[in-house]
Ligand binder design. Sequence first.
Ligand SMILES: [Cu+2]
Length: 197
Amino acid sequence: MLIYLSRLIALPTTASVALALAAAVSAQDPHEHHQHGHTMALDGDGMVMNFNSDILPKDCAAISADLDIEVRVGRQYARQGITFGYDSHEWKVLPCSRLTVTLINEDQVRHQWMVHGLPRYLYPEGMFHLEVNGGKRKTGAFIVPSDDRTYLAHCDIAKHMEQGLKAQVIVGSGSGNLTSIPGISGRPFPDDYSKSR
Ligand SMILES: [Cu+2]
C-alpha cells in the first residue's frame, strides 16, 4: 500500500486528488516522502530508500523469481580481529529477480545494508538502501537487472565497512569477487607472521 501511494504521488494529479493523497499520506505512520527523486519510507526503526517492487529494469521482460533475503547484522557475526559482521557476506540471485531484503540489527548501534551500482534511471544514485536502528528491523524490495554482475552491499557509517560490513550481491554468474569481503576475498593486507620466525 505504501509503495503504491508513493508511485501515485510521483505522477501528475489533479489538485483534488493530490490533496486527498497528501491527506492520506500525512495520516500515515511511517511517513512517506517523494523528494529529490528518492522514494523513502522512514520511522523510528529506520529507513528504506529507493525501494522498487513493481517497475522492471529496461532489460527485463518479467520478474524471474521472488527471493526473500534475511540479513542479520551485529558484533556476534564479526570475524576475528574486526568489530562487525553480517551473518552472510554473499548472496547469489537470478538476473531480473525481485529481492525482498529484511535487515535485522542485533547491535545497539545503527547499521545499513546499502547496494550500489544499480541502474540510475530506476534507482537514484544507483542505490537501494536499508538503515536500521539498534535492535530493530526493516524490509524493502528491489529488482535487479539482467546482466551478470557483482554488486557491493555495505554499511556506509564511518569505519563500519572496514570493520566487516562489506558484502556482495552476485547477479547471474557475477563479474568476479569484490576485494576484502570477509570470509570470501580476504583482507587487503593479510597478517604477516613470517618475520617472527
Ligand atoms: Cu554499520
